[in-house]
Write a protein that binds this ligand. Structure first.
Ligand code: PXP
Length: 256
């Protein structure tokens, strides 16, 4: 059976990071989202952090409004911490999906997967609440069997496997560690599929790692932000997306 199409979700948080550096309204993350869609993004991801360091409440509302227009109609993936405040905003915004992520104020980015074992009961309540509102729930987890079992018990239809440790190991030239981490992702993707959970992946991906991970046929969506926004400085967002799409398609040809 051929591997399913691999969707590209573009995370536009760091367009907002640049905007906020000067306190004005340029560059506009919603404009970047629309440009990304024009250039082939299959969906838009944005993380409304508790400290609003990049995306703000009004960005999320505008994003939902703009990309849901019938002539555009692309899904919004709302990344959020599992807090009452964020659940209330998600219930009001009604994104296509909510990806629940861990959040620490002191971290530079999302450093690890959710503690789905320790937070099981709390996450189960939140997942059910979002599901009742018609929002697809995704859990950002470490690629481990325990996390997958917990995700299933929580009732999440989707998991997003955290690829950060693998990408970090490659960046630091730690070949053995990188192979080990990639092995964990491969096994976890296969297990998610067995459990009937839709499998996504993301964090720290670039052209090379996206090409490699595209070879795992159970993964149906990649969410990529920082690298694409950085690359856009040099070659522009449409060209960066086209190169990413080509890398993913190339990797997908070797899926199996
Ligand atoms: N997926 C999740 C759940 C994330 O938290 C992030 C970072 O915001 C990403 C994907 C994208 O990671 P990156 O910006 O490193 O591509």
């Amino acid at each position: 059976m051929p591997a399913p199409f691999l969707r590209l979700g573009v995370n536009i948080d760091h367009v907002a990071t640049v905007r906020n550096a000067r306190g004005g309204d340029h560059p506009d993350p919603v404009r970047a989202a629309l440009l990304a869609i024009e250039a082939g993004a299959d969906g838009i991801t944005a993380h409304l952090r508790e400290d609003r360091r990049h995306i703000r409440d009004e960005d999320m509302a505008r994003l939902k409004r703009e990309i849901s227009r019938p002539q555009i109609s692309k899904p919004l993936n709302f990344e959020m911490a599992a807090t009452d405040e964020m659940v209330a905003i998600a219930l009001h915004t009604r994104p296509h999906a909510s990806c629940l992520v861990p959040e620490k104020r002191s971290e530079r980015t999302t450093e690890g997967g959710l503690d789905v074992v320790g937070g099981h009961d709390h996450l189960k309540i939140i997942a059910a609440e979002l599901k009742r509102a018609g929002v697809r729930v995704s859990l950002f987890i470490e690629p481990s069997m325990e996390a997958l079992d917990a995700a299933q018990s929580i009732g999440a239809p989707i998991v997003e496997l955290h690829t950060g440790s693998w990408c970090d190991a490659l960046f630091h030239g730690q070949t053995e560690k990188a192979d080990h981490e990639f092995g964990r992702i491969r096994v976890a993707a296969a297990r998610a599929h067995e459990l009937g959970i839709e499998c996504h992946a993301g964090h720290g991906l670039d052209f090379d790692t996206a090409r490699t991970i595209a070879s795992l046929p159970q993964i149906v969506e990649l969410n990529i932000g920082h690298f694409l926004v950085g690359e856009a400085i040099f070659i522009g967002l449409p060209k960066a997306l086209a190169k990413m799409r080509a890398a993913m398609d190339e990797g997908r040809q070797h899926a199996g």
